[in-house]
Design a protein around this ligand. Structure first.
Ligand SMILES: Cc1ncc(COP(=O)(O)O)c(C=O)c1O
Length: 381
């Protein structure tokens, strides 16, 4: 089976693991610093911290926003459960928003219908690595004075105009899970743009303590017996940071980012050409908006007809190609129904017609040829 995704792991990644194990520094070491500095300067962020997952980064964002009971937070229903958990774990209410069928990103018209006096923030997802319409989103932010959290789990490194996704709203989060463009096994990262959040973020990352304020390089310093300033519990928090082994793998991946991204882009464009040649009106390709740069995380088709999309997936799977749908809408899930009775016609109608195809940098020419041939055969071309 040609899988949907394959992490780009090489023998040279091992070098960094040995370095960490030899150093005996397994937390908060040099690879944490190197990864954070690399990402910070790449995406031109004010603050970056590497976390053990994007889920962790989302939970940090909800703590930074001080979400509480009575607050309403808008988010796409065609999206990922870590956002709805981050919101509900704080006692706030997720308000599920419909999807834009052209981009599979959050529908800005539906956002406008769902804003109330209780709305505090909007979480958006740059689905498949393609940017949301940030011009519209920022004008809504300004008009209604809302916080914007960009879930850029798919979108490292992607851009809206000349700005990196995840650095445009108040907070951005990224994923380095096994399935993402760069992987640290499980891993993530938070980027802060809003200066008001800078003071608390290290406390939240450090289990609610002010460790970082008092001890700049705690690996080197012994806390002396006459020390008057101990670090202590000052805020809510948890163990959100990534371990040094995670950071070592992430750093190794970051050094290969140009190669990985170039390969993904080339492959994505090959698929695009294939679909153009097929020239069928039975489906369309989900493409990036003008003036944006995708991270080419997923190659996604939307079929017009449900039976046709099922037949297409079946045909490819039976012939050894992983082709699959995506997100089950959150508003109609068991947990989602506890918070919402909304009907979201577009999301409900569309999610089963989505088809994702294999996309990873080490795909062999023969593998792409096989996929190409099968797709052409399916469409009688
Ligand atoms: C849009 C989105 N946000 C968040 C996450 C959670 O990422 P992680 O597995 O790093 O916690 C995912 C995972 O696939 C995702 O697709």
């Amino acid at each position: 089976m040609i899988s949907l995704n394959k992490p780009f792991i090489e023998r040279k990644d091992l070098k960094y693991f040995y370095d960490v194990l030899n150093s005996k520094i397994l937390t908060d070491g040099k690879y944490q610093m190197k990864s954070e500095n690399f990402i910070k300067s790449l995406i031109k962020s004010r603050f970056v911290a590497v976390t053990h997952s994007c889920t962790a980064a989302l939970e940090i964002s909800a703590l930074l926003l001080k979400l509480k009971k009575g607050d309403e937070v808008l988010m796409p229903s065609y999206g990922f459960v870590s956002i709805s958990n981050a919101i509900t774990l704080r006692g706030a209410k997720p308000i599920f928003v419909d999807v834009n069928p052209k981009t599979l990103n959050i529908c800005t018209d539906d956002i406008l219908k769902k804003i109330t006096k209780k709305t505090v923030a909007i979480y958006l997802i740059h689905y498949s690595g393609h940017s949301c319409d940030m011009k519209k989103i920022l004008s809504i932010k300004k008009k209604y004075k809302l916080f914007i959290i960009e879930d850029a789990a798919h979108a490292f490194p992607a851009k809206y105009k000349n700005k990196y996704l995840g650095t445009i709203g108040d907070i951005g989060v990224f994923s380095f899970h096994e399935t993402k463009n760069l992987t640290s096994g499980q891993g993530g990262c938070i980027s802060i743009n809003n200066k008001n959040f800078m003071k608390r973020v290290n406390h939240i990352l450090d289990k609610g303590t002010n460790r970082k304020d008092l001890i700049k390089n705690y690996k080197k310093k012994i806390i002396k017996s006459n020390n008057k300033k101990y670090y202590s519990w000052v805020d809510f928090g948890s163990e959100y940071r990534a371990s040094e082994l995670t950071c070592a793998l992430l750093y190794s991946q970051l050094k290969k980012i140009k190669f990985i991204q170039r390969k993904r882009q080339i492959l994505w464009n090959k698929y695009k050409k294939l679909f153009k040649d097929i020239n069928s009106d039975k489906f369309y390709l989900i493409e990036p908006l003008k003036n944006t740069t995708s991270s080419y995380h997923l190659i996604v088709l939307l079929f017009k007809n449900l039976n046709e999309s099922d037949r297409f997936k079946d045909f490819l799977q039976k012939n050894g190609v992983a082709a699959t749908f995506h997100y089950v809408p959150l508003h109609s899930s068991k947990m989602g129904r506890l918070y919402s009775s909304a009907r979201l016609p577009m999301t409900e109608n569309l999610f089963r017609r989505v088809v994702r195809l294999p996309l990873f940098p080490t795909m062999r020419i023969s593998e792409f040829k096989k996929i190409n041939k099968l797709i052409k055969k399916f469409f009688n071309k």
